[in-house]
Ligand binder design. Structure first.
Ligand code: FEO
Ligand code: CA
Ligand code: CA
Ligand code: CA
Length: 631
C-alpha cells in the first residue's frame, strides 16, 4: 500500500492494515489476500491448515465412464438445480420444446451453462453458505438439439432470435432448504437474464474509438449484447467478470473487405470467417455481416463486469483488459491493494495475460471500485526455458509498440502481443491463484498442432508435440507479489493416461500407477484446503469416455495424486465448478449433453431421460449434508 493511500484510509478512522486483517478473516476475501499474508503454514512436504491438521482428499474415485449420467463417489448426492428453459420469473412460460420463442427464452434459463459463481445473500461479504445468487454464463447454443426442425444453412429468424436470447448470463437466487435440497426462487427480485441483445457499455481506454463505432452506435460505447461467455471470475467487491471467448464464429463475410483495409487482417487474426458463418445469423441480422458492419466484431471479445446484486446494472465491457478469446478472468489483490486479473486466450498458440490496476481497491466503499478495471497496465507472459518468465507490458508508445495508440493495443491485443515476442501456449484456459499458497495455476487444454509442419515447435512450457491431453503450469510470482513483472514456473501436470506410454504423462512426480487418467483440463477451482479441482472438456475425443471433474493436492506427499470425483453425461463438458463458502456444496455446470448428435437421434437424454437433453446446473452435497466436499 503506497503511503498516500494508507494515509487516506487512516483519515477515515480505520487503518488499512486493520481493515485488511478484519477482511482476511472472511473467506470471500481469501482469494485476493492470500498471496500477501501467510494464512496457512506450509511445512516441507505437507500442507497444514492453521490449527486443524492435514485435510487429505478422502473420497473413493469414480472411474472413466460412457454412461449417460452424472456419477459421484459413494456418500455424495447430486441434484438438478436448474435446466435450460426453466422459467426465471413468475410470468415466464414453462419450457416447451415445441413452442420456444425469443421472448420466452429471454425470461428462461439460457443454453450451455459454463461459468458458475456463487454470491452470498444478503451481501457479498456475508459468507452465507445456504442462500445466495448463482451467476451462470450461457456460452453458446446447440441449435440441432434445440429445434425440432432446423436447417443449418437456413435457420429461421425466430430460431436465430431464440439463440440470441439463449446466450449471455443468468442471475438466479438459490437457497438450501431445511431438508438439505437446493431450490431456485422463481420470484426473486434479483433474477435476471442478460442476452445477446441486452444493451451494455464499452468503458476504459478504447471506448469511443473509431474502430468501435457502427451504424447503430456512432459513439462507439453502446453495444448490443455479449456472446460466447465462457468462464469468468469474481471481484473482491462482489461483482462478476464474464468473458467473451470464441466471438469470431458469429460473424461472416470477411472477404467483403478489401485487402487494403487493415481491419481485414485484424479480423483474420481473430478467426472471423471469410464467407458465411456456421450459424448464419447474418441472414437475419446485418450486424453479423462484416461486409455491412465491419467494426461490429471489435465490440466483442471483452471481459464484462456485472453487479449481480443490482438487477438494473448496465453491464460494462472493460476494454483495459484487452480483446481476445478470454476464457476466464481471475481477480486477486496485491500487497499494495491494487488488483490483478489473470486471463488466458483460448486458442492454439495464443497467450496468457494479466492486468494490474492503477489504483488500489477501496475497502470501505464498494461502489468506488466499479471503475477500477478501467485503468491499469495489461501484460502478456513470456516463458523462458530456464523456468523463469517475464510479464511484458502492452504499453503503446514504448519499444515495438512506439507507433501504436493504447486503444489499438487493446483492440488488436493479439497483434500487439505478437510484436512483443510473448510465448505461444497450448490453448490457455482457466488461470487461478491458490488462495493458500499464492501459486498460480495455468491450464493448457490441448494443442494437437504443436510441433507439426509449419507450426511452432515444443518449448519447455509447452513440452509435448501433438499435445492431445493438455497440461497445467504452476507459476510463482517473484516476491509472492501478483504485480511482479517476473516469475518462475514449472510443469505441474502433463495430462493423459499414465498407463499409455505414448501419452508421456507427469503427475508432479507422484506414482502414476495410482492416479486417475485425465485429459483436456479446462476450468479449475480450489477447495478450503487448497486442493486443485479440475473440470475437463474433450475426453470423448481423447479417451472415448465422458468428461469429468478431478481433484488433486498441490502440496505435500500427495502432490500430483489426481483422483476423479465426477463423471458427466454423454457429450457434455464439465464446467463451473464452484463451492459455497462452507465447501459443503459444489455447483457444477453440465454443458452440451448430447453434443454432436441431433434431436432425431440424441446421444443423451440427460437429465430427465427424455428428449431433449438440457444443459443444467447441478448441486453436489454429502449424503448427510455435513462434511466438506472431498474431505
Ligand atoms: Fe469455452 Fe475455452 O472453453
Ligand atoms: Ca472453458
Ligand atoms: Ca475457475
Ligand atoms: Ca474448453
Amino acid at each position: 500500500m503506497a503511503k498516500r493511500h494508507a494515509e487516506q484510509y487512516e483519515r477515515r478512522g480505520e487503518t488499512f492494515s486493520r481493515i485488511l486483517r478484519r477482511r482476511l478473516a472472511r473467506r470471500s476475501f481469501l482469494k485476493g489476500a492470500a498471496a500477501t499474508i501467510p494464512l496457512l503454514i506450509v511445512k516441507p512436504g505437507r500442507m497444514v491448515s492453521s490449527g486443524q491438521g492435514v485435510q487429505s482428499l478422502a473420497f473413493q474415485p469414480v472411474r472413466l465412464s460412457a454412461a449417460d449420467a452424472v456419477l459421484v463417489p459413494p456418500g455424495y448426492s447430486s441434484q438438478i438445480l436448474i435446466r435450460w428453459g426453466d422459467p426465471l420469473f413468475p410470468d415466464a412460460p414453462e419450457f416447451n420444446l415445441l413452442n420456444q420463442t425469443a421472448s420466452s427464452q429471454a425470461r428462461q434459463f439460457g443454453y450451455n451453462c459454463d461459468y458458475v459463481g456463487y454470491f452470498p445473500l444478503p451481501d457479498h461479504d456475508s459468507n452465507n453458505p445456504t442462500h445466495g445468487l448463482l451467476v451462470v454464463n450461457h456460452e453458446f447454443t446447440s441449435p440441432e438439439l434445440m429445434f425440432v426442425r432446423y436447417s443449418a444453412s437456413a435457420p429461421t429468424r425466430e430460431q436465430v432470435d431464440v439463440e440470441l436470447a439463449a446466450h449471455g448470463l443468468s442471475v438466479v437466487e438459490v437457497e438450501r432448504t431445511q431438508a438439505g435440497e437446493w431450490k431456485y426462487h422463481r420470484d426473486s427480485f434479483f433474477n435476471r437474464r442478460i442476452t445477446g441483445e441486452t444493451e451494455m457499455l464499452l468503458t476504459g481506454p478504447a471506448a469511443g474509438h473509431d474502430l468501435l463505432k457502427v451504424s447503430y452506435d456512432r459513439t462507439g460505447t453502446r453495444v448490443r449484447g455479449m456472446l460466447n461467455n465462457c468462464a469468468g471470475g469474481k471481484t473482491p467487491w462482489g461483482t462478476v467478470l464474464t468473458c467473451e471467448e470464441n466471438f469470431n464464429q458469429y460473424f461472416a463475410n470477411l472477404n467483403a473487405l478489401p485487402d487494403s483495409d487493415r481491419r481485414k487482417a485484424m479480423h483474420a487474426r481473430y478467426g472471423v470467417p471469410s464467407g458465411a458463418s456456421e450459424r448464419r445469423w447474418e441472414q437475419h441480422h446485418d450486424r453479423f455481416d462484416v461486409g455491412k458492419e465491419p467494426n461490429e466484431p471489435f465490440r466483442f471479445g471483452w471481459v464484462i463486469e456485472v453487479d449481480p446484486y443490482n438487477p438494473h446494472f448496465i453491464p460494462r465491457k472493460r476494454t483495459a483488459l484487452g480483446r481476445f478469446k478470454h476464457e476466464a478472468a481471475t481477480v486477486v489483490v496485491a500487497p499494495d491493494g491494487r488488483v490483478v486479473v489473470y486471463s488466458g486466450d483460448d486458442e492454439r498458440f495464443e497467450y496468457i495475460y494479466k492486468f494490474v490496476s492503477r489504483r488500489p481497491m477501496n475497502l470501505t466503499r464498494r461502489d468506488a471500485n466499479f471503475g477500477l478495471l478501467d485503468e491499469g497496465t495489461l501484460y502478456v507472459a513470456k516463458f523462458n526455458d530456464d523456468g523463469t518468465g517475464q510479464w511484458l507490458p502492452l504499453q503503446a508508445g514504448q519499444g515495438p509498440l512506439a507507433t501504436w495508440s493504447q486503444a489499438e493495443v487493446l483492440i488488436y491485443t493479439r497483434a500487439a502481443a505478437d510484436v512483443l515476442g510473448a510465448t505461444k501456449m497450448d490453448r490457455p484456459e482457466d488461470i487461478e491463484m491458490n488462495p493458500i499458497t499464492g501459486k498460480v495455476y495455468c491450464v493448457m487444454t490441448n494443442n494437437t498442432r504443436r510441433g507439426s509442419s509449419g507450426q511452432p515447435g515444443v518449448n519447455q512450457a509447452n513440452p509435448r508435440a501433438n499435445n492431445r491431453h493438455g497440461h497445467i503450469i504452476e507459476l510463482t510470482e517473484d516476491g509472492g507479489d501478483p504485480t511482479s513483472t517476473t516469475f518462475r514456473w514449472e510443469i505441474f501436470l502433463l495430462c493423459g493416461d499414465p498407463m499409455v506410454p505414448g501419452d508421456q504423462t507427469f503427475f508432479a512426480g507422484f506414482d502414476p500407477t495410482l492416479v486417475s487418467p485425465i485429459s483436456c483440463p479446462d476450468n479449475i477451482t480450489f477447495d478450503g484446503n487448497g486442493h486443485l479441482w479440475i473440470a475437463t472438456d474433450g475426453m470423448p475425443g481423447t479417451f472415448q469416455k465422458n468428461d469429468g471433474l478431478f481433484a488433486v493436492p498441490v502440496e505435500g506427499e500427495e502432490r500430483g495424486f489426481v483422483r476423479q470425483f465426477l463423471s458427466g453425461p454423454v457429450g457434455a463438458e464439465i464446467c463451473g465448478p464452484e463451492f459455497t463458502p462452507d465447501y459443503r456444496t459444489l455447483f457444477v455446470a453440465i454443458q452440451h449433453p448430447g453434443e454432436g448428435s441431433s434431436l432425431t437421434a440424441p446421444t443423451s437424454t440427460w437429465p430427465d431421460g427424455v428428449i431433449p437433453p438440457r444443459p443444467s446446473v447441478i448441486a453436489i452435497t454429502t449424503h448427510n449434508g455435513l462434511g466438506a466436499i472431498g474431505s
